[in-house]
Design a protein around this ligand. Structure first.
Ligand SMILES: [Zn+2]
Ligand SMILES: [Zn+2]
Length: 1006
């Protein structure tokens, strides 16, 4: 047996102590870069033989000395879990930081006090017997207990820890282990990750302090676990019937979910995505998992000055701007797998009708007043100018920027009053505007305040912390009347003769978008939005903090004033802000990662969803970090979740031909179920309160419990033993597969693609994988005798090198990045064929080298893409040079050459595809083929010398292209019908799309 370790790693100490107690000889080996880059990235690694190795140090310690755990299995595992997820990361963070932040210090102190409390009443961590938990905790605290400075700082109030540490430390087996370990309490301390990737822990979440009585499972919990195991499937409610148009259903829980409507004039960034649409989507998927009757809507917010400004900048109409960005938003959300029931927009006739109706009703009820407002007016354009439409010299001392806007100066960043601008001018025509009085309609918020306060006092219980804080801030002072109309063109017209040139202010009509979008989705919005005696609807709204006032003050005031029984929001789930690395995401300056960027990284959408949820700013601002994205993917998705599911299913597939074995469950199994059920209950509780990050944590705990069960029951040993052992091994495999099925259900809201793949591998339907929110627990998802499908890995590793590259790529602002790219393109453009040939050769060398060092497509593919791009440029340059030298007629030759090259390349692709399913191998060749085909089409489309543009040749190619499209279309249909594996049919779809593009290009030319 060998342990691979780095220097001064306290987790290695755990293993050595366990081995010493068990009397096992162990060889200690320094891990080299190669050892580590081939295997898992966590150290130490315990290698038992070729077949078996452990990279969780607690599981390894248990393997080495299982007897330490026999007495009180559940308690010991729970303590070790706590040690691994709370104590160890916090201690490591303290030991490895130069100056310790106060919240970190506080977190460690509270953990230590908890341990001290346990040791006050008992000799050891769990009662009066030494257990594996003692060894784990003792090893982790070794530097703290034996370094005088740390002792003084952290253990001054923990006499019981010191007593216990000294006592254990005097044991011979432990002393020998410490000697073999050879580390120093002076540091520096090794990270448990081998290559120095920082291990992150979330300090802002409440640090758990399991009380000793909470650790032990009660008899009631075990009884309930048993009951749910036996009758849980039976007790699920009837699956909800699918409706073509989703309307509330009597006798079911009806849930209406909205995500704040994104403003249409730009591309959403990751902060916007986690704050609104992704959070709402995770919740909506959870609701469907519980079989709630769910309607999830969203859409683009399209009216207002910002759209008009953007239209002006791009030289198009506001409608065109909206169409363009609506499409971009929709595509970004589709890529992130946001499963809206309907994604609409606010610039619709439905919006006009409902907004006007509500406004007139407010007026009837006496909540609208008229006031005169001074505003900038341009004589030449004959229109009032919104603040953004007035420009001039910044009035702030020391700035003097000449292109400051009427709302803000981009040079000094300060707010500006349009009337204060020096030498103000109209943004449209540059004429100087003048102040002119204009009559506007106001909503009398003050009159609505008492009713609003009464409602908020009762409703705020269902709101998230940030939402309550904002609401309290707003209601602290008396509310003032607020203008609901403006002198603008792009908006919902005000339905009064005196207001012919006015539209509604966007703050007033945007929330009405929820109603009009529901109308577009169902044709009967009032069924959802007005109270009905026959059924109940609960309204859940997701948004970022800055949007809260409109949802808890302004819109509710409108609804109360209209007084027609509209729904008021029950749950406002607002988030704080997400920062980018060390700065802020900024749409206007283009800082951070945007929805379209995420797609280009090649990192699957599931990984983005998982990571963004794990840093969701629920209680305070949080930060996006590329390094952390990698760590979470590799340690949690891949090592914890992915490996557990894949190992469990593989045991079932390999040893039992895929038939889930019968299990005689023991008391210990039901204890495990009871522990799992605590996590499932936690998952439901957190979800219902909109704490998605905490819910995800519970899912990961289920997987950790599963991993622990597999490590401690060791089916790979049992299945080789006698009949009794074999039965126990079969039971362990059955339990692990059932836990994998539970995970397929719990993961569905967060990583829908991976969850669906796992579900397919388990051969279960979505109806079979539901949760009972009334009684959340593990149920027998896999019926006796159920046969599962072929296990496949669910997640892939992300290389730190690639993440470093991405971090560099997305540094700075979007315009800086664009400049960098343009610069590169310009530098390469004038290159001749000879230079390009050299570049292609050099790049090809590089690709070969990388391919020999790694199989990771994420690393290889960008270089391959570069190579392909160079090859394309080379082909184009060669074609140009030959055309230039020999005149037009060579076009015919080009066509013949290209046809030959295509035939050869086609053959190559066919052979490759027959030999391997690995897309990373054949995709580059397919790309070359596609590029060649495109060149051929271009060559054919080029009118030859002496022929008219509508040459016979090109007409012929239209006909042949149409034929090719029909054939290719048929091929795609057949492939799609035969398999769901996108990697099989996507290349054919690409060929089809390419053909269609060629046809369109030809038709335009003619
Ligand atoms: Zn300024
Ligand atoms: Zn003007």
């Amino acid at each position: 047996m060998k342990i691979y370790t780095n220097d001064n790693n306290t987790a290695t100490l755990k293993l050595l102590i366990a081995a010493n107690l068990a009397g096992k000889k162990i060889e200690l080996k320094k891990a080299t870069f190669e050892d580590v880059s081939a295997g898992p990235k966590a150290l130490p690694l315990l290698e038992v033989d070729d077949q078996l190795s452990f990279f969780s140090s607690n599981a390894a310690a248990q393997y080495l000395f299982p007897v330490l755990d026999l007495s009180q299995n559940g308690q010991c595992q729970q303590m070790q879990e706590w040690e691994a997820t709370r104590l160890q990361p916090t201690t490591a963070a303290v030991l490895m930081s130069k100056s310790v932040a106060s919240d970190l210090k506080q977190a460690l102190n509270s953990l230590l006090l908890m341990v001290d409390g346990l040791l006050k009443t008992h000799k050891y961590i769990i009662g009066d017997k030494l257990s594996a938990a003692d060894i784990s905790i003792w090893s982790t605290l070794y530097p703290l207990c034996h370094n005088k400075d740390y002792q003084k700082q952290y253990l001054a109030e923990c006499p019981n820890i010191m007593r216990w540490a000294d006592e254990l430390g005097s044991a011979k087996a432990i002393q020998e282990a410490v000697q073999q370990w050879g580390g120093s309490v002076e540091g520096p301390f090794a990270p448990t990750s081998a290559l120095g990737i920082p291990q992150f822990t979330n300090m802002v979440s409440p640090v758990g302090t399991p009380e000793s009585q909470e650790i032990s499972i009660t008899a009631e919990e075990i009884e309930a676990a048993k009951e749910n195991w036996i009758n849980g499937v039976k007790n699920l409610q009837e699956p909800l019937k699918k409706q073509d148009v989703i309307l509330p259903v009597k006798g079911r829980r009806n849930v209406l979910i909205t995500s704040a409507l994104p403003y249409v004039n730009n591309v959403p960034h990751l902060g916007n995505i986690i704050g609104c649409v992704l959070s709402a989507d995770i919740f909506a998927r959870y609701c469907r998992l519980c079989d709630y009757n769910t309607l999830f809507i969203c859409g683009t917010d399209e009216y207002g000055t910002a759209t008009e400004t953007k239209a002006l900048e791009e030289g198009v109409t506001p409608r065109e701007i909206c169409d363009k960005y609506h499409t971009i938003h929709e595509a970004v959300y589709r890529w992130f797998d946001i499963g809206f029931d309907y994604f609409g927009r606010t610039s619709t006739p439905e919006q006009t009708e409902i907004a006007q109706k509500m406004f007139l009703k407010l007026m009837d009820n006496g909540f609208i007043s008229k006031q005169s407002v001074d505003q900038q007016f341009c004589e030449r354009c004959q229109r009032f100018l919104a603040d953004r439409f007035v420009e001039g010299t910044c009035p702030h001392a020391g700035c003097g920027y000449e292109d400051a806007r009427g709302d803000q100066c981009d040079a000094c960043g300060r707010l500006v009053n349009a009337a204060d601008l020096v030498r103000a001018r109209c943004k449209l025509c540059a004429a100087p505007p003048a102040l002119r009085a204009s009559e506007q309609m106001f909503l009398e918020l003050g009159q609505l305040e008492p009713a609003l306060r009464a409602w908020a006092a009762g409703a705020a219980g269902g709101w998230s912390g940030p939402a309550r804080a904002v609401s309290r801030g707003w209601l602290r002072e008396p509310l003032r009347a607020r203008a609901v109309t403006r002198d603008l063109r792009w908006g919902v017209p005000v339905p009064l003769p005196a207001c012919r040139d006015k539209v509604f202010y966007v703050w007033f009509d945007a929330p009405i978008g929820y109603l009009s979008i529901t109308q577009c989705a169902t044709g009967q919005y009032e069924k959802w939005w007005k109270k009905d005696k026959d059924y109940d609807v609960k309204l859940y709204q997701f948004m970022a903090k800055d949007n809260v006032p409109f949802h808890v003050v302004m819109f509710p005031a409108t609804v109360i004033g209209v007084n027609e029984g509209h729904l008021l929001v029950d749950h406002v789930f607002a988030t704080e802000y997400l920062n980018y690395e060390d700065g802020k995401f900024s749409k206007s300056r283009g800082v951070g990662v945007f929805g379209t960027d995420a797609q280009e990284t090649g990192i699957p959408s599931d990984v983005w969803r998982f990571y963004l949820t794990s840093i969701r700013p629920e209680t305070s601002d949080s930060s996006f970090s590329w390094a952390e994205l990698g760590t979470r993917n590799n340690s949690e998705l891949l090592n914890n979740l992915g490996n557990f599911c894949h190992r469990s299913l593989s045991f079932c597939a390999n040893t039992f031909k895929g038939v889930v074995p019968d299990a005689e469950l023991t008391a210990a199994d039901y204890e495990l179920f009871a522990l799992v059920n605590r996590e499932v209950a936690g998952f439901v509780q957190h979800m219902e309160k909109g704490r998605l990050r905490e819910a995800l944590r519970c899912v990961l705990s289920v997987s950790r419990l599963g991993n622990q069960h597999m490590q401690s029951s060791q089916p790979w040993v049992l299945l080789r033993g006698d009949e009794q052992d074999k039965a126990r091994g079969a039971a362990a495999v059955c339990v692990c597969c059932q836990l994998a099925a539970l995970l397929a259900a719990l993961l569905a809201p967060f990583v829908p693609r991976a969850a669906a793949r796992l579900r397919d591998q388990l051969r279960l339907t979505p109806d079979q994988l539901r949760i009972n929110p009334e009684n959340p627990s593990l149920i027998q998802y896999l019926p006796p005798g159920h046969v599962i499908g072929k296990p496949e890995p669910l997640f892939a590793k992300l290389e730190p090198e690639m993440l470093e590259k991405l971090k560099a790529k997305y540094a700075g602002t979007q315009s800086e990045r664009a400049k960098k790219q343009n610069g590169a393109a310009k530098g390469a453009a004038p290159a001749g064929a000879a230079e390009l040939e050299a570049a292609v050769a050099a790049q090809a060398d590089k690709v070969r080298q990388i391919k020999s060092s790694t199989k990771d497509k994420a690393v290889v593919q960008p270089e391959v893409d570069k190579l392909l791009a160079l090859k394309k440029q080379l082909a184009a340059a060669q074609a140009q040079e030959s055309r230039g030298a020999q005149g037009a007629p060579t076009g015919v030759n080009d066509v013949a050459n290209l046809e030959k090259a295509i035939a050869e390349q086609g053959e190559k692709v066919r052979k490759l595809k027959a030999s391997t399913k690995d897309k990373s191998v054949w995709q580059p060749e397919v790309n070359i083929l596609l590029a060649l085909k495109k060149q051929l089409a271009d060559a054919q489309a080029q009118p030859e010398a002496g022929q008219s543009p509508t040459s016979v040749a090109s007409v012929a190619s239209v006909a042949s292209l149409e034929k090719a499209i029909a054939e290719q279309g048929e091929k795609v249909r057949q492939l799609k019908a035969s398999t769901k594996d996108k990697s099989v049919w996507q290349p054919e779809v690409n060929v089809l799309l390419d053909l269609k593009k060629q046809l369109a290009a030809l038709q335009v030319k003619q």
